[in-house]
Write a protein that binds this ligand. Structure first.
Ligand code: UDX
Length: 437
């Protein structure tokens, strides 16, 4: 099948490569020429394990190409909209400029029978509005919403073997031309048993925001428990293990620490609240305000604990932050809790060095005032305190005895609760976790 993917950012680049891997002929479109030339040379414009190998593999088959010319979508049957929906500047709602302009610039090249499939995360009601716009210009094309649930760091496998497919269609039933077409696109994973649900358009849009809100709530719940554990002298990691053994709760996403960040969860819960307000249903989501507040409190808590570990003063103290990305196996620093803490510490007078295996270029563009050092052993040298804020395996595997020889003072704050406290203490370190005695 001939497929176009409009928008080659994180979602689109991975989707285009994966659709080609499934055997389709794919063209990826993006206005950013730099991105197009990188992708055309089989280079990923961001760090994602397995993506460059996949790009190289599928480009060799001749089934995948990239261009900035929208007219290249002519002749394709399915058009995936994969552009970003960032948070509006100074507001909580989602900025839909890219979605709107993707559809309006694609419309003139669509033919009867084409299927436009939205994958971007949008406020509920967007798909119905876009469907109407499409109807006016090309009434014989169809619009569907097929949200994407991929996680950074696992994007290729999440796209090729997703937990489920959700198809939103305006009939709300399988009696829709697009369902058959999308089934053909996803024939391989569907054949391997991936479940698929057909819904109306608003339900499909809500599935995505509801899923992300649930995940954010789960993380903030365990972080609220960490606050209580700190107050009561209990251990949140054991608490999470114990409650997670109940199947109805589950252990995943119960890792207490510095909180969630990234390009999705924070902005999606805020956009969801803003949309609920527009719909007159804001009360339904007031709890998300608390989820957000608990999450932001984690960052201040780390700053306070660092001050405590440094005997009450940050002034002139050398702080080394291990990890800049919002999570490991990613170079994404959007709303990174680690960098937010690093910047606050620096503002309060500490001398901060940040290290990360992949994210330093992005980090230094966002926070040029911080000092960066790629080599871990250089970054930790003469530090008064270490903060482990992104749990890359190289930091989890640090040898406490070896690192102790490099630092000025053996003090560590484990912002992700991933280190073996007794091992670090045995090596002479003052160890602090979050919500651990
Ligand atoms: C998320 C959703 O998981 C994905 O389904 C959606 O498509 C996009 O948003 P992603 O942003 O890649 O994916 O990261 P995710 O793995 O969900 O982690 C989000 C944040 O939560 C990270 O900062 C992570 O460190 C944090 N987190 C996660 C915790 O603090 N504790 C946990 O137990 C799990």
């Amino acid at each position: 099948m001939r497929i176009s993917v409009i928008g080659c950012g994180y979602l689109g680049a991975v989707h285009a490569a994966c659709m080609a891997k499934l055997g389709h002929e794919v063209v990826g479109i993006d206005l950013d020429h730099r991105k197009i030339s990188e992708l055309s040379a089989a280079r990923a414009p961001f760090f994602e394990p397995g993506l460059e190998e996949l790009l190289t593999e599928v480009q060799a088959t001749g089934r995948l190409s990239f261009t900035s010319d929208m007219s290249a979508i002519q002749g394709c049957v399915v058009h995936f909209i994969c552009v970003g929906t960032p948070q509006k500047k100074g507001e909580n709602g989602a900025d839909l400029t890219y979605v709107d302009s993707a559809l309006s610039s694609a419309m003139e090249f669509l033919s009867a029978g084409d299927v436009v499939v939205g994958k971007s995360t949008v406020p509920v009601g967007t798909a119905a509005r876009l469907s109407q716009l499409l109807e006016e210009v090309q009434p014989e094309a169809h619009l569907m919403w097929n949200p994407e649930f991929l996680r950074e760091g696992h994007a290729v496998s999440d796209t090729l073997q997703p937990d489920r497919f959700v198809y939103g269609v305006n009939t709300g039933s399988e009696e829709h031309y697009g369902v058959e077409v999308l089934d053909e696109v996803y024939a391989v994973p569907l054949g391997a048993g991936t479940p698929r649900l057909v819904t109306d358009l608003p339900t499909a849009e809500l599935v995505k925001t509801a899923a992300n809100s649930f995940l954010a709530t789960k993380i903030s719940f365990i972080n609220a428990m960490a606050e209580l554990c700190d107050a009561a002298g209990a251990d949140v990691t054991l608490l999470a293990d114990a409650i997670g053994m109940d199947d109805r709760i589950g252990r995943k996403f119960l890792n207490a620490g510095i909180g969630f960040g990234g390009g999705c969860l924070p902005k999606d819960i805020r956009a969801f609240m803003a949309r609920a307000g527009e719909l007159g249903a804001d009360q339904a989501l007031t709890f998300l305000r608390e989820v957000d507040a608990i999450n932001m409190r984690r960052r201040s808590r780390v700053v306070e604990l660092t001050r405590e570990l440094l005997d009450g003063s940050l002034l002139g103290k050398r702080v080394t932050v291990l990890g800049a990305a919002f999570k490991p196996n990613s170079d994404d620093v959007r709303d990174s809790p680690a960098l937010s803490v690093a910047a606050q510490l620096q503002l309060q007078g500490a001398v901060v060095t940040v290290t990360d295996p992949e994210a330093l270029d992005n980090a230094s563009r966002r926070f040029p005032e911080l000092h960066y050092e790629k080599a871990t052993d250089v970054a930790v040298r003469r530090a008064d305190v270490l903060l482990l804020l992104t749990e890359w395996s190289e930091y989890r595997d640090l040898e406490p005895y070896q690192v102790a020889r490099l630092v000025a003072s053996p003090r560590i704050l484990d912002g992700r609760n991933v280190l073996d406290a007794s091992k670090w203490r045995a090596a002479g370190w003052t160890y602090r976790g979050l919500g651990r005695p």
